[in-house]
Design a protein around this ligand. Sequence first.
Ligand SMILES: [Zn+2]
Length: 318
Amino acid sequence: MEQINDKNEELERRKKRVKNLKHAIIITLIGVILIPIIMCICLLIKVSTMQKQIDQLYEMRENIQKEEQLAQEEAKKREQIEAEILASRLPETTETDEAVEQEGDGRKKVYLTFDDGPSTGTEEILAILRQYNVKATFFVVGKEDEYSMEMYEKIVEEGHTLGMHSYSHQYSTIYQSVEDFAKDIERLEKLLKEATGEDVKLFRFPGGSSNLVSNIGMQEFIKYLNDEGITYFDWNVSSGDATSKSLEPEALIQNVIQDVGIYRNSVVLMHDAVDKPNTVEALPMLLEELQKMDVDILPITEDVKPIQHIKADELENK
Ligand SMILES: [Zn+2]
């Protein structure tokens, strides 16, 4: 009896050992097969997220390159316009000789012009001009708010000359076609008539008549102005306040004084714009310097011979 019991116990133990061995083998198998699979899945997930990040980086790089290209193109355009403006500053001896013949009293004449207004600086410019008893010319753009309408009126009331500088000042629109140009000018003419009661027949091209923005040639626009009886004025003296790096007031004054010394008749380009505080700051000292030079500072009137980079009357004869 005892022997049978021993045998049974032995059998039980053996079964247990086999069972334990089986468990150990299964656990080992699971370890050997499952862990690498899980690791592979983890790696795959990781690789795919990294791929996404790389794609995003590429996209970002492309966008940055596109933006840089656009900025470069714009800078090129600006440089072109500025080069034109700078080129226009070179003295033309014939201009001086002609002027000597024309002006009987032999006194130098200076016509100060302010482009791009009305701006928040217009009121201050007017106050300074009033203080020094000087009249100037304002080539304005189209703005219909109450302050701007008041400024158009004030310019005329205080004895300055009002001229047009296009309603929108958008090169891409106005220089697209003569139709677009005409529509823009008519709109500004109407606005200024409404604000001041005057028919404004003076004009300055945004960028000057020698700008290189238009693809169809400035002659077409000049013909339109001639037909409408509108006279355009460029300039032969530039303060340099339109260049991309903003010049100190002293430099602006120096630019003007130097060139006024060359010409009999100087049409001086300055800007009435919110981003040109140095022009306003320079104005009192500029007026003092000019008054010391004993020149006549005058507003542009109908009888003033226009300074034109592309001559309007030559065109008519063609
Ligand atoms: Zn302008």
